[in-house]
Design a protein around this ligand. Structure first.
Ligand SMILES: Nc1nc2c(ncn2[C@@H]2O[C@H](COP(=O)(O)OP(=O)(O)O)[C@@H](O)[C@H]2O)c(=O)[nH]1
Ligand SMILES: [Mg+2]
Length: 289
């Protein structure tokens, strides 16, 4: 079951989150920005660069198990920069995690060599995790710390009483993540966040989300839809396609017409569980719908 954090973001909360994150950033060498590998743009906090200033950044493309591996590689190249490293992971099974300490070290290499040169022993690279709700912060921290549960703070910003977890001799991590707000202004961002399960679809209409997802899937990978729902030719109209899926799956309301609500829930569930394949909804070139 997916667990939703349900934060109501008001301007006051955003200001507080920003302030708390910036306070915690003072304690760390590297910010770990968690993104959803399927939607690296839409799962970003809109103010992240401003919040981080010139803090070195390790971008984690999380849920990479659900994303198209080729597109994830393109994102890695695109996002990589002088003060940015990028690692793709699966926080459920730990795939990709072995690359993290090296990437974090690289980001502070200059600082470390300066310390070693002056005869001081360098301390471990200290990191903190940042990201929007449901991007996988708790799962990521648990994996990295190899423990069962992370403290989950639903409080915007970061929970008080933070602790530092030792990851290995080179790396430590604040145990509470910074929770940041997603983009709100853009309807497509909202739909992508809802489609991937980052926000409750009650916020947006379930059928609207499903129809939008179908529209994207038809562009990205029409064969998957045809194969999965045993449809020969996909209709032009996305709502009609949803109706056909309903009929194929025997999801009917009394009178025999398609239950598009149930079909919407089904398509969204199957997409989120990866049963439609590994699909990225955003690629560096930009998918235009
Ligand atoms: N498939 C997959 N699911 C993930 C991954 N990381 C987290 N999840 C799921 O995403 C949902 C939200 O994760 P959670 O750690 O609670 O997110 P948080 O709100 O950022 O702390 C949960 O259902 C997790 O099981 C991942 O790498 N792959
Ligand atoms: Mg959490």
């Amino acid at each position: 079951m997916e667990q939703y954090t349900n934060i109501q973001w008001f301007p006051g909360h955003m200001a507080k989150a920003k302030r708390m994150v910036q306070e915690n950033l003072k304690l760390v060498d590297v910010a770990i920005e968690l993104l959803d590998a399927r939607i690296p743009l839409s799962s970003r906090n809109p103010m992240i660069n401003q919040i981080l200033g010139n803090k070195p950044k390790l971008v984690i493309l999380n849920k990479a198990d659900l994303a198209d591996p080729e597109i994830t590689n393109q994102w890695k190249d695109t996002l990589w920069g002088e003060k940015t490293r990028v690692v793709a992971v699966n926080s459920i099974n730990g795939k990709g995690f072995s690359e993290i300490p090296k990437a974090a070290r690289e980001l502070v290499a200059a600082k470390i060599s300066k310390m070693t040169a002056s005869g001081r022993r360098h301390r471990p690279v200290r990191c903190m995790v940042l990201g929007i709700p449901n991007v996988g912060k708790s799962s990521f921290i648990n994996r990295l710390a190899r423990r069962k549960s992370a403290r989950t703070g639903d409080t915007p910003g970061v929970t008080k009483g933070k602790q530092v977890i030792k990851i290995n001799k080179d790396m430590e991590l604040l145990d509470t993540p910074g929770i940041l707000w997603p983009k709100f202004e853009d309807i497509e961002v909202g739909l992508k966040l809802a489609a991937t399960g980052a926000i409750k679809e009650q916020v947006v209409n379930v059928e609207e989300v499903a129809v939008y997802l179908i529209k994207l899937l038809k562009k990205i990978n029409p064969e998957t839809i045809s194969a999965r729902y045993k449809l020969q030719a996909l209709p032009e109209d996305d709502y009609e396609l949803l109706q056909q899926i309903a009929v194929k799956r025997g999801l009917l309301v009394s009178g025999g017409t398609a239950d598009t609500y149930k079909a919407s829930v089904l398509v969204l569930k199957e997409f989120r569980e990866g049963r439609l394949g590994r699909i990225s909804l955003e690629e560096p070139g930009g998918i235009t719908v």
